[in-house]
Design a protein around this ligand. Structure first.
Ligand code: MN
Length: 299
């Protein structure tokens, strides 16, 4: 039997219980606060703060809540207590690790009054959702949460990338997306802004130091941002949806199905494109990836 234990504080356990509210068992073991069964995994939270995940999906189920204990987590981010209950702009990006396709950055604004209904809708990290579920959720979310969306297609990416690291590009895009959304919801201002952390905050701020508008006020960073506020989860869903749709569009143009990721199947498709047109990759792929050289060798 697979077993994983994580440690949580009372606020986190309350959040956990809300998350699993549809799966709660009518009774629970001694000294426990609740017990739930979801997809064959049993989740039991104890008064000690220990949360036990048991079953075939135990690891994956636990992972979305972080594998750090509570103390480590506090050092990991500097989020104020109850941050997950605030009205927050969250931002996330996708496509950065995929050879084919664009980089997409999305920021969404989730008001505290919307948190319960979004949870009910099934909003969570896009990594745990199927493409078809992402499509349904993204379409719904776009109707109910204000958002801003940036898509950098491969030609533009390849133009910029030789003189700018991907990290700097991401930072500039996040900053721009946040600024755009703040303008959209103005004069309202969120309680906080949460960026799904991809580099140290000081690096992030040095990357955006020459930008005409720099969003710094109330900006927070956290890894696994989607577990700290649903706004980041919403952003990850919309961003992923746009990435997939954009990849479909590029596939149509290329006349071949462009896979996401950077594995061997990607090299094979890249070499097929090269055979048709030696400049094709610059329209569909991030040229600086090692896949470019691998594809050339497959010729
Ligand atoms: Mn992210």
């Amino acid at each position: 039997m697979n077993m994983t234990t994580i440690k949580m504080n009372t606020v986190q356990i309350e959040q956990l219980k809300n998350f699993y509210q549809d799966y709660l068992k009518p009774t629970c073991p001694p000294y426990s606060l609740f017990s739930a069964v979801k997809d064959g995994t049993t989740i039991t939270a104890y008064e000690s703060g220990k949360v036990l995940f048991q079953g075939s999906n135990a690891q994956a189920e636990a992972q979305q809540w972080g594998t750090f204990d509570t103390n480590e987590k506090k050092q990991d981010n500097n989020l104020p207590p109850n941050f997950q209950t605030w009205s927050v702009i969250g931002s996330d990006e996708t496509g950065t690790g995929s050879y084919f396709g664009s980089i997409v950055v999305c920021a969404t604004y989730v008001k505290k009054e919307q948190l319960a209904s979004l949870k009910q809708l099934g909003v969570q990290d896009s990594k745990n959702l199927s493409d078809s579920r992402i499509a349904i959720l993204a379409t719904q979310l776009k109707e109910i949460v204000p958002y801003s969306l940036l898509v950098v297609e491969p030609p533009k990416y390849n133009d910029i990338q030789p003189t700018m690291s991907q990290g700097k590009m991401k930072a500039i895009l996040h900053n721009y997306a946040l600024g755009k959304l703040l303008k959209k919801i103005s004069p309202e201002y969120p309680d906080g802004l949460l960026i799904d952390q991809f580099e140290l905050p000081q690096t992030y701020f040095s990357h955006i130091k020459d930008e005409p508008v720099q969003i710094k006020k109330d900006v927070y960073f956290a890894t696994k941002g989607e577990s700290h506020h649903l706004a980041v989860a919403c952003a990850s869903i919309i961003a992923r949806y746009e990435f997939i749709e954009n990849l479909k569009k590029l596939s149509k143009q290329a006349g071949i199905n462009l896979p996401s990721g950077a594995g061997h199947s990607v090299d094979v498709v890249a070499s097929q494109l090269l055979k048709k047109d030696k400049n094709a990759l610059s329209y569909y792929a991030k040229l600086h990836f090692a896949n470019t050289e691998k594809a050339k060798k497959l010729k």
